[in-house]
Design a protein around this ligand. Structure first.
Ligand SMILES: NC(=O)c1ccc[n+]([C@@H]2O[C@H](COP(=O)([O-])OP(=O)(O)OC[C@H]3O[C@@H](n4cnc5c(N)ncnc54)[C@H](O)[C@@H]3O)[C@@H](O)[C@H]2O)c1
Length: 704
């Protein structure tokens, strides 16, 4: 295999170019690290060199990181330790070179890539949206193991480095400069030439420094024993609050940096390798890596064999300016596509504009967009009380109230108004898209496009294939959704599609547990400890009890007794307790605090349900329903269930996904528990599906 590293020399300045053969990205594999080791020996002994640039030959990438496949393959702690040691010894060699070393960052510089950059004396980057810099290892359940956990705090200070490593934050070129993660930014086109001039300047001057003096508070927190203790204790508290302790990597990072910050010598690097090895073989890390590969796969997954290469949509229409319509309009405009929003109600249109402005203002505050971008993007949203401006759209997305009759009327109107190539999409949560299409001319262009709330933040869309949806319509809708930045799963047109069909039984089961006498706090804590981002009772309040109740009923009508809605939901809804939006649901909300709502009467049963069983009831009911979805071919694979549940509901990625988790528990165990629950509560909802029973009997798994 050709060497990925090449040394070019011009006027005494070396340019070490990294260019992985046969791939679009530069990745640090063990082999390429070894090759780097060899070439660094040559550089060290080359007396003619006065400075060294490290550059990438790829267009938009410096180095995307270490090889994740290799990390996935690590099985024993010793190997994890040795891998970390191997990388950091080579980077140490780079750091120890006598000549100035300058890393030239022209694009993504992540993980091992930025650890290499940190081992150079200087880091230069360019003004470009392609520049993304950070140490995102924590997202794979590990920590930066090639010296990054030691060098970043040294370089930018503990107060900035610790949160950055703990969150795996990736920053833009401008933010990297502000944080001193890079020393200079140059125009993209002249980056290499400017870097060469910079090298000559450093050689001539004998150095260059941007070190700023610390203010007294920073000095106290970063450089005194008590100050650091405060910083680490707060970081730990924040991590535990956020993760409930289910992710080991952030805690390990805090442990490591608290031992190494401010210390010099080889021992601190060795400590980093030891802490890395504590994480490298954990099940959590293996699952997070699997989910990483899964999400990469679903970014490009081919769902149809249509030859369509682009969605061709230059303008979009949205009908219904409620919570969802407003969110969709903002998202479409964010991607620089003009959007016309129609509603029957002036107030709703004003509300949608306000909602969009709110999202943009918050993006502006977080420096994700600039002021002129806010103005331009808001300018792309126009509103109307009639159908004007919808006709020339490439796609019209319906987001009116969840009522089949009303939606059919809208589709009928849109069918007559628009030409046959205009895609008509429904954002329905649970209704039949096929029935909507029946009311419309050219039903082959009708498709479901199910966004989740809040639209700008939820990464998933379900694209629903109705009975007559053409492959071209489906493909264009997929491509359009990806242009909006979403991950797509394609789901057949069955009630609840995939995500709601699994999520509603989970919420319903939580309501049954309330009836069994478990408190809302206990139920939510159980789910949160399992890793769900929010407990089911609070989630029901968040979604709106009226909204959840409506969808739950649609599912009960479709699937009968096994989806029978818990009576407490009806009672609470009748009491007018709608959830967060009305300030009261199962909880009462006061500011950021919540309290059990005394108006909700909970003493339905005195039966005691063990905590373990309560958790199993909520999770296994979803697994059982997912097995039915596979049996009915609502979705194509277990992987689609997993990506859908992780991205659509926040199912904990460290579990690997709902069905990967089921596999880890063992399907026979799950069937046994479901049968036990069935006998205990005499309910149809726990009856194991034929598909699950069959798999369990064969000793199979969802992924086998
Ligand atoms: N809210 C959610 O969390 C959520 C999530 C995913 C999908 N959905 C689905 O999205 C759709 C909209 O939900 P929502 O929560 O935004 O509803 P909403 O009640 O907030 O808004 C609906 C809007 O549609 C307007 N409307 C009603 N009939 C109309 C018509 N004939 N022409 C134009 N406008 C009309 C109403 O004036 C209202 O402004 C529903 O199908 C719902 O199931 C909702």
């Amino acid at each position: 295999m050709p060497n990925a590293w090449k040394l070019l020399v011009e006027n005494g300045i070396g340019n070490l170019v990294f260019d992985c053969p046969d791939t679009e990205v530069n990745i640090l594999t063990s082999e390429r690290l070894k090759a780097l080791d060899t070439i660094l020996d040559e550089i060290a002994s080359n007396q003619a060199l006065k400075a060294l640039l490290v550059t990438s030959a790829k267009n938009r990438i410096f180095i995307a990181g270490a090889d994740i496949k290799e990390i996935e393959g690590i099985q024993v702690k010793k190997d994890a330790f040795e891998k970390a040691e191997q990388g950091k010894k080579i980077f140490q060699k780079l750091e120890d070179l006598k000549i100035p070393t300058i890393c030239v960052i022209n694009g993504a510089c992540l993980g091992g890539g930025y650890e290499l950059a940190l081992a150079c004396r200087y880091r230069l980057a360019c003004f470009s949206n392609n520049v993304k810099i950070g140490l995102p290892e924590v997202n794979l359940g590990i920590l930066p193991g090639f010296g990054g956990s030691i060098r970043l705090p040294r370089r930018i200070g503990l107060l900035k480095a610790l949160p950055m490593i703990l969150a795996g934050r990736i920053v833009s070129a401008e933010d990297a400069l502000k944080n001193k993660m890079v020393d200079h930014l140059y125009p993209e086109k002249t980056l290499l030439e400017d870097a060469k001039r910079f090298a000559q300047m450093v050689v001539k001057r004998g150095g260059f420094s941007r070190r700023a003096k610390k203010d007294a508070m920073t000095w106290f927190l970063e450089d005194t024993f008590i100050g650091r203790a405060i910083v680490f204790s707060k970081a730990k508290k924040d991590v535990l609050k956020k993760t409930k302790g289910v992710y080991p990597a952030p805690l390990e990072i805090i442990k490591l940096i608290s031992k190494t910050v401010g210390r010099k010598g080889a021992a601190v690097y060795r400590l980093e390798s030891e802490h890395f090895s504590n994480l490298g073989t954990t099940e959590v890390s293996k699952n997070l890596i699997k989910v990483f590969f899964l999400s990469e796969k679903y970014k490009k997954f081919r769902w149809t064999d249509s030859a369509v290469a682009a969605d061709g949509i230059q303008k979009c229409g949205v009908v219904g300016a409620g919570v969802m319509g407003g969110g969709i309009a903002q998202l479409v405009s964010y991607r620089d596509i003009p959007v016309r929003v129609k509603d029957l109600n002036e107030k709703a249109l004003a509300g949608a504009l306000k909602e969009a402005m709110g999202i943009y203002k918050s993006a502006l505050k977080k420096r994700k967009i600039k002021k002129h971008e806010l103005e331009n993007k808001m300018g792309l949203i126009s509103t109307s009380l009639d159908n004007s401006g919808l006709k020339n759209s490439g796609m019209v997305i319906e987001a009116v109230v969840e009522d089949l009759g009303i939606k059919q009327k809208v589709f009928h109107e849109l069918g007559d108004l628009t030409s046959p190539e205009v895609i008509l999409a429904s954002n329905t949560s649970s209704l039949s898209v096929t029935k909507m299409a029946e009311s419309c001319r050219y039903p082959e262009r009708v498709v479901g496009l199910h966004f989740f709330n809040p639209v700008n933040r939820m990464p998933l869309v379900e694209v629903i294939r109705a009975a007559k949806t053409s492959a071209e319509t489906l493909e264009k809708t997929i491509l359009f959704s990806r242009r909006l930045g979403k991950t797509v799963i394609v789901v057949e047109d069955k009630p609840g599609f995939l995500v709601n069909r699994l999520l509603l039984p989970y919420l319903n089961e939580a309501a049954y547990l309330l009836e069994d006498g478990i408190s809302p706090f206990e139920i939510d804590t159980l789910a949160e400890k399992f890793g769900m981002p929010m407990g089911p009772i609070e989630l029901a309040d968040q979604v709106g009890i009226d909204v959840g109740y409506k969808v739950a009923h649609i599912l009960q009508e479709a699937f009968g007794d096994r989806m029978k809605v818990a009576s407490i939901l009806e009672v609470v809804k009748k009491q007018g307790l709608l959830g967060k939006k009305s300030g009261k649901g199962f909880y009462v909300y006061k500011g950021r605090q919540k309290f059990a709502n005394p108006e909700v009467k909970l003493n339905f049963s005195t039966k005691k349900v063990a905590a373990e069983d309560a958790r199993k009831r909520m999770i296994y009911i979803m697994i059982n329903e997912a097995a039915r979805c596979l049996e009915e071919k609502v979705i194509d694979s277990a992987a689609t269930v997993d990506i859908g549940m992780i991205m659509g509901t926040g199912f904990p990625p460290f579990r690997g996904g709902l069905l990967r988790y089921a596999d880890s528990v063992g399907l026979a165990n799950i069937v046994k528990d479901l049968e036990r629950f069935q006998n205990q509560v005499d309910a149809k909802r726990f009856e194991p599906s034929a598909y699950l029973r069959e798999l369990a009997k064969k000793g199979g798994t969802f992924y086998s």
